[in-house]
Design a protein around this ligand. Structure first.
Ligand code: NAD
Length: 460
């Protein structure tokens, strides 16, 4: 780490040289990143299989494909993003002009999570590089094959004087956090988010915290036809078990449905789980494995509570040796149990029943603000109430997860699910300072702006 401090100084000097601010440099890094993803596709898919048991189609969809899309956008829009935007001045500033010019922040630290090891590392890197910064990336130690590809692979494609990858866990992270950065972009748990924020406070470093929480899905069955309900069920299942096996910050955590409709929902889910993951999901390679033994025990403990165990209506089997937990549905586990107070982050799906679907508004609002809220309903008045009476990082009607891939939408949390946003131009802005630049003419000064202050100036 001592040598690392020397490297950090060299990175600062390099930033000071102005090289990373050049449009040509930014473009070459973005293109390098794209070449890395294309040429290393095979190794990336293999590493995701090794670390997480992620099927190559899911892996391509969520990491390589999404990233290439983001890189293409950054490359096509870069010149527009960089350009100054004209701003209006008050009339008093006659013959003057103003613009807002984005400038890079300097030296950035990105700390990322293991569940989308490439997506969560490289999506912010795209924004940081497009904005002209130097970057240190610390991927998660829990996906070591992926981290090692990032560390060894990226150096062959990117400018090593400006972009470095540091491998390691909490110790290395701790050491990095003691340094002075111009911005820290953190993806992970609220627990570590607090550590990051207090370390940043020492140097008054701005932070973006991409955290998690419990993302609800509300199913307003009354407003849905049987066709709609079938579509709803498929989208819920893929928004849970098909999103890194439920180990995703925006995966559906639990479902809210009216009392009278839950059994229909569960009965529809059962055959679809079989269609998606086979009669014996343990043998299926389409469901991501639990990342490690600690997380498996954590999930097993959620199920161990006798009252929770009793609420299992589908699945529930655990194969520790293969880090596998069956897609599981629970009906009304106690609201005070850990499964309903902690983020689940795995393939366990509680269904909570409410008397009236409108009660779900109060249910959601009385808990920490989620990163994502999903509402399946055709009822416009319920939709409007959800928009105005709940708060969440994002709100999607009639689907789940898809907003992650939309470049035109900011991605980020609110309240305990984090703050700051990225994706598309929002990533560029996250790593830029919007500098107001005013150009004054030497003509026309109004006499009343200068002292001495006299009453006739006041009465003007
Ligand atoms: P984590 O907080 O344990 O780890 C995240 C990163 O912090 C890793 O790189 C890790 O090495 C580092 N770290 C761990 N302990 C640390 C410490 N004591 N000091 C400094 N650094 C430390 O989270 P995780 O297990 O990687 O991810 C799961 C959490 O992340 C969930 O809460 C999930 O919702 C959230 N998440 C959020 C998003 C998002 O985009 N909002 C995406 C993925 C995951």
């Amino acid at each position: 780490m001592e040598t690392f401090e020397k490297e950090m100084n060299e990175m600062r000097e390099y930033y000071g040289s102005g090289e990373t601010k050049k449009v040509s440099w930014r473009e070459s890094q973005l293109k390098g990143l794209r070449r890395f993803l294309v040429e290393k596709e095979h190794d990336i898919l293999k590493a995701l299989m090794l670390d997480l048991g992620k099927h190559q189609i899911e892996a391509f969809r969520d990491e390589i494909g999404t990233l290439i899309k983001s890189l293409n956008l950054a490359l096509s829009d870069l010149k527009y993003w960089i350009s100054g935007k004209k701003a209006k001045l008050p009339q008093i500033a006659l013959l003057s002009s103003a613009e807002i010019i984005p400038e890079p922040l300097g030296l950035i630290l990105i700390i990322s999570s293991w569940n989308f090891p490439f997506g969560l590392s490289l999506e912010p890197l795209i924004g940081a590089v497009a904005a002209g910064n130097t970057v240190v990336l610390k991927p998660s130690e829990l996906s070591p094959s992926c981290s090692s590809i990032l560390a060894l692979g990226l150096s062959n494609y990117l400018d090593n004087k400006a972009i470095k990858v540091v491998q390691g866990g909490p110790n290395e992270s701790h050491h990095l956090l003691q340094q002075k950065w111009d911005k820290i972009f953190f993806t992970g748990s609220a627990r570590v988010g607090r550590i990051v924020m207090s370390a940043a406070a020492k140097h008054l470093t701005p932070v973006t915290l991409e955290l998690g929480g419990k993302c609800p899905a509300v199913v307003d069955s009354l407003s849905l036809s049987s066709w709609d309900l079938e579509v709803t069920v498929k989208r819920i299942l893929v928004g849970k078990y098909g999103a890194c096996g439920g180990q995703a910050c925006i995966a559906i955590d639990y479902v809210l449905v009216e009392n009278q409709y839950y059994s229909k929902l569960v009965e529809l889910m059962k055959p679809w789980i079989k269609k998606m993951f086979g009669e014996n999901p343990k043998d299926s390679n389409t469901i991501v494995r639990i990342v490690n033994k600690q997380h498996l025990s954590r999930l097993k403990n959620l199920l161990a509570d006798p009252k929770v165990k009793k609420s299992v209506v589908y699945g529930g089997s655990v194969d520790e040796r293969n880090l596998f937990i069956e897609p599981t549905i629970l009906l009304n586990p106690p609201l005070e149990s850990a499964i309903m107070t902690e983020e689940i982050f795995g393939p366990l799906l509680p269904i909570i029943t409410v008397d009236k679907i409108e009660d779900s508004i109060k249910f959601i609002s009385s808990r920490p603000k989620p990163l994502a809220l999903y509402v399946f309903s055709k009822d416009k008045s319920l939709q409007n109430r959800m928009i105005s009476e709940t708060s969440s990082g994002s709100l999607t009607f009639n689907d789940a997860i898809i907003h992650y891939a939309a470049d035109a939408l900011p991605f980020g949390g609110v309240g305990e699910s984090g703050f700051g946003m990225y994706h598309g131009k929002f990533s560029f802005d996250t790593f830029s300072h919007q500098k107001p630049v005013v150009r004054r003419s030497f003509f026309t000064d109004f006499w009343y702006r200068f002292p001495p202050w006299t009453m006739n100036k006041f009465q003007l």
